[in-house]
Design a binder for this molecule. Sequence first.
Ligand SMILES: [Zn+2]
Length: 333
Amino acid sequence: MRLGIDIGGTKTHAVVVDGDVVVASDEAPSGRGPEAVVAVAADLGRRVLASVPHPAGSPVVERVGVCVPGLVDPSTGIVRQAVNLGVEELELGGAMQRALGLDVTVTGDVKAAALWVHRTTPAIPGTRLAYLNLGTGLAAALIGPDGVVGGLRGAAGEIGHIPVADSPPCRCGQVGCLEALASGTALHRIWGRSGPEAGCPFAAALDGDALAQEAVDSLCAGTARAIQILVLAGGATDVVIGGGLTALGDPLRDGISGALQRSAAATPLLSSLRLHERFTLRESTVPLAALGAALAAGQAVDQRRFVDIRASVDHDDPMAGDPDDRAVPHQVG
Ligand SMILES: [Zn+2]
């Protein structure tokens, strides 16, 4: 069994999975600042582990995966620039390992969700999947033959911070980023309303709310642009969209499809790609990132075992050196 913990900007989710089956889950409001982030995640992890029935004395969970927003280096477990958590830099892997007394693997949250989506999407030869997360922010992950693409310091897939317009300012310091046009934050900024009591922006737009119309137009056009980037620059053939905004359902799907078809009408290049047929919404009440974090923990341990086997084969080679000095390959991140 594996424990997966998703430390989100608002909530921290924890799941215990046995194979692909969730046997326990719980959530808590996330801490803010390095110490509180770790304390909340560790307490929640212990609580959800305690809720799993198991025979006395047997270790119920051997592997722990933690995922978090920001730039994550999975080889060191260090996270940087997790702005929504008030974290500039944190050695999250080491801190969680000390708190739980278990081996911990750290992954970026969108990359973790992508791992789970990849695991649960039927493989079709010749296709290449990208996962696009529409939540508080906008980010993506590309899935290659060896797993989720990490890139420079974990930055691959951070397409929300590609500037595509002259305004507005983005929280990252640039101007006109895709995320500033298409994300939960952008939706509520343009509409001027937020929270559960605000209702559905698509319904408000239909009722004649001009700001709601502007907000959903920006969301759909920006998401269409993100899909175009993932296909043209990332090599994706299929894009799965997840994240909190997928709760908007069919109006969001129709709006993105309409924006893609309007772009395609102006150019044979795009119309030949039929991008409006290449994306799906993955609406889910299951915390995809927590499940993916648990999955990443298992993969990392398997990779280390692979290195150990190679080290024993090279035992008589005087040039082999200390296996502990070798770089440990990570499939994730
Ligand atoms: Zn930005």
